[in-house]
Write a protein that binds this ligand. Structure first.
Ligand code: G4P
Length: 552
């Protein structure tokens, strides 16, 4: 595959080229993957604190009384105290512009996280030291692996009793088939957590239970400093040194090429809540993380230094701010410089669009963006023409590979009992589908007009009903269907016709008029696969190109 730099196309403006190069060199972008409760909100908060993006920890998730989350703006989120939607947080630290793509904490919204990961160049895998790998982390890790992005591991909550550090590494190596390199090594854990030994410098960084929310000052001593014996129990230090020796002998070396290829994860031990190890993690992460990478398009890879702008929509979100009742399409800039008021081409429809009010969205606050560079995310007011995965470009035609939909596991009819509310019902369903809040399937029998909601998690259905009621004034009913597995037919309608009548599954169509088979269980699916080995079935929807969706 060729990397297309396309420097000839734009003017030979050296200044612009240097400016782009400088901006790309400065950019780092990442998403955090974790299981709920591992400490993602806490870590995000601390990272923002170092970036000066917030003055005081607690702004991301205010506690107690005012339990509102800056990145959680929806009413339901506030009521349930959970994080559903995701946003982008940008901050500057050590001359790097960092984009943190926030992902929803709740596992029912993993589809949204998959899409966000498609826009990320690096991932931080956050583990609770007492729990090790948890289901949601494993699932999200698989998505990162599909894209081979670098993964950095932060083992959190070292101030609490945890699993043996060596077994934590072993678990990552054996279960995820990912090599590890511990950047620092803990001395004790829980009540006996005394700090870490930094592998590169052999410095001991001492832990103190600092004041919650404040940036802590780390006390650093040389390993042979006599003070250490007064501050750290010899037994604990000896154990840590022995383990380190073991790692030196039998562990992997820090190979940056393997980190970049997503085959080796640097591991950091710390405690987000007490702010221990967060700054050194950020410093080290910024040295090793990859900048904006070349992205796969239909005609080859597109280099971020291509002078003309390209980007793709990875997320749509309606009614982020009830006062504005707007819809925002989040675009990841992939190449060139984006400028306000720019006219771009929309690859799927071939139309030209002027992007007049691009926004930078920091949680609830938004500001008009004058320009943006590869690795950045901009919010566009969505005039209803964007779908997830759409490419926007200037200059020579580019179409990025779409973002796959993952197989839903819960299906139900969505009924509108009040015919006079049909217009709102239709608008709501179409807009929520566009946003990717839920997948919508349709019966192939045209007389059955009600849409089928297809979700990954139960809570997604609740959100759809809640939003239809609150944002579109339609009370709906949900009627469960007894299916649990969906498969797209890769050969389309002709391949289904070839095999004739099939049993123990229901044929429906997705919003792009492609056949989808619904099964009651895996067993029925296996049966069909055995009976018709030539029928191509996929758990991931094929990428859409050049067609418009069916609307209700
Ligand atoms: P999440 O976004 O991944 O779901 O996790 P979140 O940051 O909300 O953290 C989950 C809980 O774990 C919180 O406690 C948080 O304070 C705690 N926590 C996070 N990091 C650490 C750490 O390094 N050490 C310890 N001991 N705890 C940590 P909570 O009781 O649910 O909430 P709160 O009352 O503290 O707000």
């Amino acid at each position: 595959m060729t990397v297309e730099t396309d420097l000839s196309e734009s003017s030979d403006n050296d200044f612009g080229r240097n400016e782009l190069k400088k901006a790309v060199t400065r950019r780092r972008n990442f998403a955090i993957i974790s299981h709920p409760d591992a400490g993602k909100t806490t870590l995000t908060e601390k990272l923002l604190l170092y970036g000066g993006a917030i003055q005081q920890a607690g702004a991301v998730k205010a506690r107690g009384e005012q339990r509102k989350v800056t990145s959680d703006w929806m009413e339901l989120e506030k009521q349930r105290g959970i994080s559903i939607t995701s946003t982008v947080l940008q901050f500057v630290y050590n001359e790097k512009t960092i984009n943190l793509l926030d992902t929803p904490g709740h596992q029912d919204f993993s589809e949204d996280t998959y899409r966000t990961l498609a826009a990320a160049d690096n991932a931080v895998m956050l583990e609770d030291a007492a729990k090790g790998l948890e289901p949601q982390t494993r699932k999200l890790f698989e998505v990162c692996r599909l894209r081979n992005i670098p993964i950095f591991t932060f083992v959190n909550k070292m101030d609490r009793p945890g699993l043996e550090p060596l077994s934590l590494l072993d678990e990552i190596e054996s279960e995820l088939k990912l090599s590890t390199y511990a950047v620092n090594w803990p001395i004790g854990s829980g009540d006996l957590f005394r700090g870490v030994i930094e592998r590169e410098t052999r410095d001991v960084v001492l832990f103190s239970r600092g004041e919650r929310g404040k940036q802590s000052k780390e006390k650093r001593l040389k390993i042979n400093d006599p003070q250490i014996s007064q501050l750290v129990e010899q037994e604990l230090l000896d154990k840590a040194l022995e383990e380190l020796e073991l790692l030196e002998e039998a562990g992997s070396e820090l190979d940056l090429d393997l980190v970049k290829a997503g085959e080796l994860t640097p591991v950091y031990f710390g405690s987000a809540m007490t702010n221990f190890g967060v700054k050194s993690f950020l410093d080290s992460f910024l040295q090793m993380a990859q900048g904006p990478v070349a992205r796969k398009a239909a005609d080859g890879l597109v280099d971020p230094l291509r002078e003309t702008f390209t980007g793709f929509v990875f997320k749509l979100q309606a009614n982020m701010d009830p006062r504005h009742r707007d819809r925002v399409a989040f675009v990841r800039v992939c190449s060139g410089k984006f400028e306000k008021d720019m006219t771009v081409n929309h690859a799927r429809t071939g139309k030209n669009i002027r992007l007049s009010r691009p926004q930078k969205i920091f949680a609830k606050d938004r500001a008009v963006v004058e320009d943006a560079y590869p690795g950045d995310v901009i919010g566009l007011n969505n005039p209803g023409m964007f779908s997830i995965g759409d490419t926007l470009y200037t200059g020579k035609h580019v179409e990025y590979e779409g973002i796959p939909c993952f197989s839903p596991e819960i299906f139900c009819w969505l009924r509108n009992p009040n015919p006079s509310a049909f217009k709102n019902f239709r608008k709501g369903v179409n807009e929520l589908r566009e946003e990717g809040a839920v997948q919508i399937l349709y019966d192939i029998d045209q007389s059955k007009r009600d849409p089928i909601l297809a979700a990954v998690g139960q809570l997604q259905l609740e959100v759809v009903q809640h939003r239809l009621e609150n944002e579109y004034s339609v009370k709906t009913l949900i009627e469960p269907m007894s299916f649990q597995v969906a498969r797209w037919v890769t050969g389309g309608w002709p391949s289904l016709e070839d095999i004739g009548r099939i049993f123990n599954c229901k044929t429906v169509q997705d919003s792009w008029q492609r056949p989808v088979l619904l099964f009651k269980n895996e067993w029925n699916l296996n049966q069909l696969e055995q009976d018709h080995a030539s029928l191509g079935l996929s758990a991931v929807a094929p990428v859409v190109s050049g067609v418009n969706p069916i609307t209700l």
